[in-house]
Write a protein that binds this ligand. Structure first.
Ligand code: UDP
Ligand code: MG
Length: 329
């Protein structure tokens, strides 16, 4: 059974919300989320301020002053959504944890339904969008292509059209918190951990206000991250291509020599030479680039830096009272 039955101080549900420059939507979001959580006793909200440079943090501290259930994790700078989410998970205490975006694309009203599924015994209930509103055809197409390539290349099955909106059981959160890789591709990690997972479909709304923080360059980087974190196939591909070009070059060279010996060589052969040189040069650069992607990631991992730095942690008021009652040993 879940531990909240045993220990009334542990919140049953934690909701982790990463927020970066969301001053336009966060108030509306907070209102809707609080209304939902009012029906769920013993819940907490953990807002992670991911180095916003607008009024997001002031709004969040305002919410916290008015509501016992709120904790704020304020990061020292913008670390990106994946690390902000990790910081929130690290500070969550609930038996179940919901991850949700602050921009109201994921309706908070679905949380009670997700909670019901979790109570049935699923470790992860992930929300699969049946519709992507407010996104361009190009974004939909690139997303589709990305999932196809990723699932072909990697050994874990990463479901398409699934964001971070999901509920996780405590043991899954504990496992995720143990995975301290710096190059974090959360969607891949969620799939990698396994356990009993269930999908629920929902309609993803358009952003309530403000702009998406992802541009195509950021999405490209995310795609490279996803592929290199979960597959070494590009390295293998590079060596296969190298092998076949080398084999082709060998036979072609043999043919050129044979032809010259048998028939002589009337034309200097500049075009063939150029083509071969450019082709091989291009292949080599590409293979080097692929190796570089992996090497760069190894470089970052070997530094063993902390994943994120805290500016300040504002625990929820209920947690503060409790820690005064029982000071840590
Ligand atoms: N976010 C964040 N750090 C970032 C970028 C985004 O914490 O560097 C948060 C953002 O505030 C929002 C969520 O991640 O709550 C999703 O961001 P966004 O809506 O820009 O992404 P999209 O929905 O377009 O994938
Ligand atoms: Mg969004």
């Amino acid at each position: 059974m879940n531990s909240s039955a045993a220990n009334p101080n542990t919140p049953q549900l934690s909701v982790v919300v990463p927020a970066y420059n969301e001053e336009e939507v966060i108030s509306e979001f907070h209102q809707r989320l609080s209304a939902v959580l009012d029906q769920i006793p013993n819940s907490e909200i953990i807002y992670v301020n991911d180095g916003s440079n607008d009024g997001t943090l002031e709004l969040l501290t305002g919410f916290r002053d008015a509501d016992q259930r709120i904790a704020i994790v304020d990061l020292s700078r913008n670390f990106g959504k994946e690390l902000a989410t990790t910081a929130g998970l690290d500070h969550s205490r609930g038996d179940a944890v919901v991850l949700i975006d602050a921009d109201l694309q994921d309706p908070p009203e679905l949380i009670p339904k997700m909670l019901l599924e979790w109570q049935k015994g699923f470790d992860v209930v992930y929300m699969q969008r049946s519709r992507r509103d407010g996104e361009s055809a190009l974004k939909k197409f690139t997303a589709w292509g990305f999932y196809r390539v990723l699932n072909k290349l990697s050994s874990v099955d990463i479901p398409a059209n699934v964001g971070d909106f999901r509920i996780l059981s405590r043991r899954v959160v504990d496992v995720l918190c143990q995975l301290r890789e710096r190059n974090r591709f959360m969607k891949g990690l969620f799939a990698w951990i396994g356990f009993s997972q269930k999908s629920m479909s929902y309609q993803r709304d358009a952003r309530f206000a403000g702009d998406t923080k992802w541009n195509y360059l950021a999405l490209w980087n995310l795609a490279v991250e996803g592929i290199t974190s979960f597959s070494v196939s590009p390295l293998k591909l590079a060596s296969y291509i190298g092998f076949f070009t080398a084999a082709g070059a060998f036979f072609y060279g043999f043919w050129v020599i044979l032809k010259t010996v048998l028939f002589g060589e009337p034309v200097p052969g500049y075009p063939t030479l150029m083509v071969v040189i450019l082709f091989l040069g291009g292949m080599q650069l590409m293979a080097l680039g692929v190796i570089g992607e992996y090497l760069g990631r190894m470089f970052i991992e070997t530094k063993q830096r902390p994943l994120y730095l805290l500016n300040q942690h504002y625990p929820s008021h209920t947690a503060t009272e409790r820690s005064n009652e029982n000071p840590p040993q």
